[in-house]
Design a binder for this molecule. Structure first.
Ligand code: FES
Length: 179
């Protein structure tokens, strides 16, 4: 339990209010909050060139974003292997955005990321491709070469695996003809 808000102590013949440990902690936390808010305001970057230097992906010619779900259920049916297969297939074609030292292409047009569960848990592994808004279900590593060749390169959806198209999406726009 906290001590009273302040304690009156006798200092050199005078009685003065001295902050308690509880008050000191509150003051410290408020000071930290002020510092964080001030720093956040100061660190907002408006210069687009500087932003692109800090995040090179912002200046890359990205045409396609592939998400592989690595939620618990998709992981149980091999989504890590699916992601690895995308990575090696896209690297082999030289279209995977990323650092050269990681075998990727800083001017690559495809970005590959993991995502959390999207609700296809019982029918994973889930793979989402944007801007096409196509959600693939039951994807296995052995399906990846076909998805890359057909969908990502040629803009043709792999219908046997595609379960859903996001409303308003324009399938076929992710095609990168020719690789
Ligand atoms: S865990 Fe992948 S969709 Fe739910």
């Amino acid at each position: 339990m906290c001590p009273p808000p302040c304690q009156r102590r006798s200092l050199g013949g005078h009685t003065r209010s001295v902050p308690t440990a509880c008050q000191s902690t509150v003051l410290f936390v408020l000071g930290c909050l002020w510092l964080v808010i001030t720093m956040a305001e100061d660190s907002f970057i408006e210069d687009r060139e500087e932003l692109c230097e800090l995040a090179p992906v912002a200046a890359a010619p990205i045409r396609c974003h592939v998400f592989v779900c690595t939620g618990k259920s998709c992981s149980a049916v091999g989504s890590a292997a699916v992601k690895e297969a995308f990575e090696s297939e896209l690297k082999a074609r030289g279209i995977l955005f990323g650092k050269e030292k990681k075998g990727k292409n800083p001017q690559g047009s495809v970005i590959l990321t993991e995502c959390a569960s999207v609700g296809f848990c019982a029918i994973g592994a889930a793979v989402l491709i944007y801007p096409d808004g196509i959600w693939y279900a039951q994807v296995r590593a052995s399906d990846v070469a076909e998805i890359v060749a057909e969908h990502i390169i040629n803009g043709r959806v792999v219908e046997r695996l595609a379960l859903m198209t996001v409303s308003g999406a324009d399938p076929g726009t992710a095609g990168i003809l020719p690789a």
